[in-house]
Each structure stands twice: as structure tokens, then as C-alpha cells.
Design a protein around this ligand. Structure first.
Ligand SMILES: NC(=O)c1ccc[n+]([C@@H]2O[C@H](COP(=O)([O-])OP(=O)(O)OC[C@H]3O[C@@H](n4cnc5c(N)ncnc54)[C@H](O)[C@@H]3O)[C@@H](O)[C@H]2O)c1
Length: 298
């Protein structure tokens, strides 16, 4: 269940259950050297995290900053962004934070306008807000279904709605959405709204990709599998295994052919490729980051 040697340029400890709370990063000697996103402005939604450590949005913000992007970090919880801001600055990156609920159209419009006012453009949008609620159609209350749709799918629609006109004006842009393997497979529990919404994110991305291809805007999706992010301890163990974190981790890793769980950094590496000009011929598609989990059928 050990994560192999890092390919990242800084020496953060690998994220195991015990080091989540104490993951003290070492500042890297190597920052902004590759310049894969040099000069670009990136909005990252859900740039905080539910706990200390490598959530997906935090990892995207730090890696993109390291690649030269200016980060416009967005989260409804200002406190959750503090660690992200600190880590971005530690790698020599530039970041500003904006508090916004991305399920609210007015707030999203104001957020995009604030980014444009501050930096004059939006080159990259990474949609990272989302999360699961347990239950199939019978168990899941109707209001929870509606809340899941707002949280996981409407949020993506809203940011696209307000960012696309800016990118169209520029004649260029890249959107990277975050789905989940729950959007393409059964992943161990009935979470019907989450699964349906994440499938929706994948198809929303494909449709927008084709509609906006001629305008120079690419839209792709990262599909993370069962990661070990702080969310596992903070929320999922309560939802799935009566609070027993070890039991949950064991059941998750048992499904993964590579034999270890990734974390937000693995999502970020895929997102970096999709957001960069190296992916200039890549749109309307997905990168699955799951250690081989969805390839198996046994
Ligand atoms: N963690 C995993 O194992 C995993 C696996 C597959 C997919 N994903 C997807 O990755 C994304 C991020 O998950 P995570 O577990 O890394 O994140 P997380 O839950 O740790 O953090 C998400 C951040 O989003 C913020 N947020 C919540 N609601 C918001 C709103 N309405 N407006 C603005 N900000 C809001 C939270 O304050 C938090 O800081 C989600 O879309 C999730 O579905 C996660």
C-alpha cells in the first residue's frame, strides 16, 4: 500500500494515513523551471481541502503554480485555502484567493469578473468542487439528490457559463473538469446522485469541447479513482465504514491493481498535461487516474 518514489520536484512526504495531519512540506529547490504553464492565469475551484494534506484542488493549485501559472484560488471556505496559499508561496508561486460558492450563479459571475479585473484574462479553469453522498434512489432523500446535483454538476455548468465568454474573447483557453470513476463504474457503494453527476460532468465536457473547439477552447476531464486524500478520513469513513478508516482503506486498495492509492498529486499531474499546450490536440476526452481499477473485471 506504499506509494512509490515521487516524481514531483519537491520533497513532500507521501500521504499515508498517519502523515496527513503532519505533512510538513520541504521547500523545493526546483521551482518554476519547466514553465509548462508560464504566463497563464488559472482559476482553480475547490482549491482548499477538507483537511491538511493533498486534496485534488490544493495539489492542482501548487503544481500549476510550480509550472508557472498564476493561481486564482476559489473556495467557499477561506480557511481551507490557507494551506494552499502557503504551499504555493513555498514553491515560489503566485496566488490570490477568492471566496465563492460555485453553486450560486451570481457569486460565480462575480468571481470570474474579479479574476478578469485582477489579471485581465482566464487561460485555464479547473473545476474541482464536488463530493459524494451515500445512498441509492430509495435511501437518498430528494433534497440530498438536488444538493448533489448542485454541488457536482451545476457548479461545473455555472463556471463554464461564466468563463467561456472570457476565453472566447481571448480565442484560447483550457478547461479541466474533475469527475470520478464512480461516474463510469460501480465503485463499492450506492451513491447514485454522485455517480450520475460525475457521468454528467464527463458528457458535459465532451459536448462543450465540440461546441467550443473552433474557438480555440479545449475541454477535458480527469477521472480520479479511489484516492487517499484527507476527504477519506474526514468524510468517507463515516459514510462507508462506520468511521473505521483502516477498514475503508483496505477495501479501497484491494480493488487497485497497482496496489497503492494515489492522492491529489496524481490528479494534478494529469490535469497539468490537459491544461498545458502539450495537449493542444487533446479535447473532449478523459484521463483516468485510478491505478488500473476500472480496467479490471474479476
Ligand atoms: N478524494 C477522492 O478520493 C476523489 C476521488 C475521485 C474524485 N474526486 C473528486 O475530486 C474533487 C475534489 O475532491 P477532494 O476530496 O480532493 O476535495 P475536498 O473535499 O477535500 O475539498 C474540496 C474543497 O471544495 C470546497 N467547496 C465545497 N463546496 C464548495 C462550493 N459550493 N463552492 C466552492 N468551494 C466549495 C471545500 O471547502 C473544500 O476546500 C471532487 O470533485 C471529488 O468528487 C475525489
Amino acid at each position: 500500500m506504499c506509494r512509490p518514489q515521487q516524481v514531483w520536484h519537491w520533497n513532500f512526504p507521501s500521504l499515508h494515513r498517519k502523515d496527513i495531519a503532519m505533512s510538513t512540506p520541504q521547500t523545493s529547490a526546483v521551482t518554476n523551471t519547466n514553465g509548462r504553464l508560464q504566463g497563464k492565469v488559472a482559476i482553480v475551484t475547490g482549491a482548499g481541502c477538507v483537511g491538511p494534506g493533498w486534496g485534488n484542488g490544493r495539489a492542482v493549485a501548487v503544481l500549476f503554480a510550480q509550472a508557472g501559472a498564476t493561481i486564482f484560488a476559489v473556495d467557499k471556505n477561506a480557511e481551507a485555502m490557507e494551506e494552499t496559499i502557503r504551499r504555493v508561496r513555498e514553491v515560489g508561486g503566485t496566488i490570490s484567493a477568492h471566496t465563492c460558492d460555485v453553486t450560486d450563479s451570481t457569486s460565480v459571475a462575480e468571481m470570474v469578473a474579479a479574476c478578469e479585473a485582477q489579471y485581465g484574462r482566464v487561460d485555464i479553469l479547473v473545476n474541482n468542487v464536488g463530493g459524494s453522498a451515500a445512498g441509492g434512489p430509495v435511501a437518498l432523500a430528494e433534497e440530498k439528490w438536488d444538493a448533489q446535483v448542485d454541488f457536482n454538476l451545476k457548479s461545473v455548468y455555472l463556471t463554464c457559463k461564466h468563463v467561456l465568454p472570457v476565453m472566447e474573447k481571448q480565442g484560447k483557453g483550457a478547461i479541466v473538469n474533475t469527475a470520478s470513476t464512480s461516474g463510469i463504474r460501480w465503485t463499492g457503494s450506492a451513491q447514485v446522485a454522485y455517480a450520475a453527476c460525475k457521468a454528467g460532468v464527463i458528457q458535459l465536457s465532451r459536448v462543450v469541447a465540440v461546441e467550443y473547439a473552433k474557438k480555440g477552447i479545449r475541454v477535458n476531464t480527469v477521472v480520479p479513482g479511489q484516492l487517499h486524500t484527507p476527504m477519506v478520513e474526514v468524510r468517507l469513513a463515516g459514510q462507508r465504514s462506520g468511521g473505521d478508516v483502516d477498514k475503508l482503506l483496505e477495501s479501497r486498495v484491494a480493488r487497485i491493481p497497482l496496489g497503492f492509492m494515489g492522492d491529489g498529486r496524481d490528479t494534478a499531474n494529469a490535469a497539468l498535461f490537459l491544461a498545458s499546450d502539450e495537449a493542444q490536440f487533446v479535447t473532449g476526452t478523459e484521463i483516468i487516474v485510478d491505478g488500473g481499477m476500472t480496467a479490471r473485471c474479476d
